[in-house]
Design a protein around this ligand. Structure first.
Ligand code: AMP
Length: 366
């Protein structure tokens, strides 16, 4: 395994808040980051040593970028795969293109999980309105129709209830290929972030619990408020996914927690994976010796993975849209850490920052 020592340059595809926080963590360890993203005002640009503003289809710009970095990663999994493919011809690119393809397609992701022995909601792939209508006959409703590609924060998703018209649902989903999923009446949602190095070493953060509002992550509770055996099942499943995928860097795995064990005794079903830092890992910035962002840097550079044992319980609150205007209130609170992403344009539904509230010792009572 090649080690990229502090002082090396890390290339990051994507310039959003995840890239920004990765660049800040990399700087802490003495690395330089070079951000590649289309817009000059993206959050990561202002905190990185270098940036290239160009489209992900700009081959010449990607080649030049690759030649200026020692190792590369990404912060946005919907980046067109051709971009990491080009970069990967020059320097190690983590995650690899195969992992990325999998994470970009809900059908591949769920099929892979099932083959690995990790449960998912029942699903059917539908390629037309007629196929959807047919699948709706077989599924008990409600069910959820999602676009197989480019889905995040509930975009391209329609909840189908009985009496709903297939044509309307197909139109609302707005994509060429959809996945119809059984609706899971879950007890809660949890996620696990696993770090993996090129030599196969993996290390997982504890399972945490996520609460969504309008399909966007609202709060994360660390640790997850579930039975330890359920948390353990999620951690094992996430590590299994990371190992089977051969991912290098981070893998975030989101799960539904079932109210009762399913036919095979499982309590968690995989919903989604993301091979990059994840919103549900932001609490690690203030409650763990190593944040998920530093861990990504360590993993892709072949450094020893950092300690993931939290020192504090924590709750993370996302600041969406106008919430960001509450910054002064959060600054005055004890045991509270505010993170703003430097976005000047406040829009409804836009992630502007987050706050971590520390809730006492990890092993103590809240
Ligand atoms: P996703 O984009 O797949 O992560 O979905 C966003 C959110 O929609 C999830 O975090 C869940 O809260 C909800 N959701 C997605 N799929 C299902 C499902 N099959 N059953 C119930 N809720 C779902």
């Amino acid at each position: 395994m090649k080690v990229f020592a502090p002082g090396s340059t890390i290339g990051i595809l994507g310039g959003g808040q995840l890239g920004r926080m990765t660049a800040l963590a990399a700087a802490k360890l003495g690395y330089r980051c070079h951000i590649f993203c289309p817009g000059k005002n993206e959050p990561a640009v202002g905190v990185a040593a270098a940036h290239t503003c160009a489209g992900f289809d700009d081959r010449a710009a990607l080649e030049a970028f690759a030649q200026s970095v020692d190792v590369a990663t990404l912060e946005w999994e919907n980046v067109p795969v051709e971009a990491p493919e080009i970069v990967g011809k020059h320097v190690p690119m983590y995650p690899g293109v195969e992992v990325l393809r999998m994470a970009q397609d809900r059908e591949q992701e769920k099929t892979f999980a099932r083959q690995a022995g990790v449960g998912t909601a029942d699903f059917a792939i539908v390629r037309s309105e007629a196929e959807l209508a047919e699948a709706m006959q077989r599924f008990s409703l409600p069910a959820i129709l999602k676009s197989t590609r480019m889905g995040y924060d509930g975009k391209g998703q329609v909840k189908i209830t009985s009496g709903m018209d297939a044509a309307q649902a197909w139109r609302e989903m707005g994509s060429q290929v959809g996945i119809l999923e059984a609706f899971i009446d879950f007890a809660c949602e949890v996620s696990v972030i696993v770090a993996a190095r090129a030599d196969g070493e993996t290390l997982a953060y504890p399972a945490i619990e996520n609460v969504h509002r309008h399909h966007i992550l609202d709060r994360t509770f660390a640790p997850a408020r579930v039975d330890p055996s359920i948390a353990d099942e999620a951690v094992q499943a996430a590590q299994l996914m990371a190992r089977k995928l051969g991912v290098v860097g981070l893998l975030a795995v989101e799960f539904f927690v079932l109210r009762q064990p399913d036919g095979q005794g499982r309590r968690v079903l995989l919903n989604e994976i993301a091979p990059r830092p994840h919103n549900s890992g932001h609490w690690t910035m203030d409650a763990c010796p190593t944040s998920q962002f530093e861990q990504l840097v360590r993993a892709v550079c072949g450094l020893p993975l950092g300690d993931v044992t939290p020192h504090s319980r924590a709750e993370m609150l996302n600041l969406i849209g106008e919430d960001a205007n509450r910054w002064e209130e959060f600054l005055k609170m004890p045991q509270t850490s505010l993170h703003l992403y430097g976005k000047d344009d406040i829009r409804p539904g836009r992630k502007m920052g987050h706050v971590n509230f520390l809730k006492g010792a990890w092993n103590g009572k809240e």
